[in-house]
Design a protein around this ligand. Sequence first.
Ligand SMILES: [Ca+2]
Length: 510
Amino acid sequence: MTLRRAVLSASILLVVSFVGTAAAAPPNVLLLFTDDHAAHAMSCYGSKVNKTPHLDRIAQEGMRFEHCYVGNSLCGPSRATILTGKHSHKNGFKKNGDRFDGSQMTFPKLLQQAGYQTAMIGKWHLESDPTGFDHWEVLVGQGPYYNPPMIRNGERVKHEGYTTEIIGDLTQQWLDRRDPNKPFLLMTQHKAPHREWQPGPRYFDMYKDEEIPEPATLFDDYGGRASPARTQTLSIAREMNDLDLKLVPPKNLTPEQLKLWHAAYDAENEAFHKANLQGSELVRWKYQRYMKDYLRCVAAVDDQVGRVLDYLDRNDLTKNTVVIYASDQGFFLGDHGWFDKRFMYEECYKTPFLVRWPGVTHPGTVNRDLVSNLDFAQTILDIAGAKADPEMQGLSLVPLLKGATPKDWRKSLYYHYYEFPAVHSVQRHYGVKTTRYKLLYFYHLGEWELFDLERDPHELHSVYNDPGYAQVQQELIGELQRLREEYQVPEDPKPVDPPPGAARKKKKAA
Ligand SMILES: [Ca+2]
C-alpha cells in the first residue's frame, strides 16, 4: 500500500468512526430492581454471608457506587422517588398505603416522548395503575412468592410457579417481541427478597449444612442512642412470626409445591421443636432460619440477572444497553438484632447501585461520591439524551459514570421517614449525612442522634451534645436546615390521636 492510499484509508476510517458515533442510536436502558436487597448481601459489596456472581458481573463490567442512599427507606416511597426524581413530600408518596399520583411527570414518560418504548414488569406497589409505559404487567400489591396473579395492561392474569422466575420469563418474553427499531426502557422489578423470604423449590437445599456468620451487633442493647432504637418493633427475637420462620407453610401453594415445601422444612422444624431453645440460642436459630431463606431468595434474583445478561449477549444487545441494578433500599440482616428497614442507619439507608454502560463507564470502577435514588431519573434521562423535568430534585450521575466527578459535587444528603404510627414502630425522623457524619432528628420527640461513622461505623454511640463534637454538631444542624429549605420541606405535624371511641363511632357511621 502506498503512503497516499494508507493516509486515505485512515481518513475514511476516521470519518466512518466519527459518523458512527454521531449517529449512534440512543442506548437501551435495562433497570433491574429488587425489594429489600441489602448491599451487604452482595459479594461485590464485600458480603460475608453469600455470593452473587451475576450481580458481580455488572460491577466488574461497570461501576459500583459505594455510597448510594435513599431519601426514605421504605418500598413505595423509594419507588415514587425513583420515578419522579423528587423527594416524598414533593411527589406525595410518603408512606406505604399512599396512592401514587400517576398524572405527575416521571422519567419513563419523558423517555416515551423521546421515542423510547417503555415496559414495567414485576412489583409496582404504588396503588394506582402504572403510567408512562407501553406495556406493564405488575403484581397485585406486594404479590406472593408463588403463583402470583398479575395485572397486564389493566387485565388480571394468572401465573403458576415461583414469582422471581416468572418475572424473569416475562422479561425475556417482552424483549423477544419488542420493536427492534426503537430503543427501550425495561424495568424488571422483583418482589424478592422481601418478607416473608420464601425461597423457590430449586433453592431449598442451599446453605443447608452451613452456618451463616452472625453480624457484630446481633445482640445490640440499644444503649448510647435516642429512645427510638429501643421502642421499635423490628426485632428478630420478638417480632418474627411462624410464617417468617417457616414453621408453617404459605397458604397458596399447589399440592406439588406443598410436598416439596414439607420435604425441605419438616425435619428441621421437628428438631427445632424438640430442642426447646431459649434466650440467645433461640435468637441464633431464628437468625439462621431468616438469613438462609433471605439469601435463597437473593440467589434466585441473581440467577435471573444472569439469565437476562446472557440474553443481551446472545442477541447482540450488550453493547448498546445500559444495565442498572438497584434495590428500593437496604435491609437489616440481623444487624442490631433486627430485620426490616426504615431507620436512617447504614444497613437499610444505603442501597446497592451498579451501572454497566459499555464504552462509557470504565469496567470495574468504584465510585465513592454521595449519590441517591433521587438521582436515578435525571441520570437515566441524561444517558438517553433526553431532557429532565425542571421540578426534579436530583443530579445526573453521567459525569461520575464517565469518571469525572465535578469539583462542586454535593457534600451531604437529606433523609426523611414518615411512617409512624405504623407497623414496626419506627419514629418519624429526618436527617443529614455527610461522608463522615450523620445527624438524625426524631422531630416529634425532640430527640437527636449524631454519629461519627469513621470511629463508630456500626452507629452504637451517639455523640450528640458531646463537647468534642460541638462544632460538627452546629455545622450539621445548619446543613440540615439548608437542605430542608433547598428541597422546600414543609413541617410535618404530629398526627392527632383520635378521641376515645372515635374508631367505634366511625365504624357505626359507615
Ligand atoms: Ca423495600
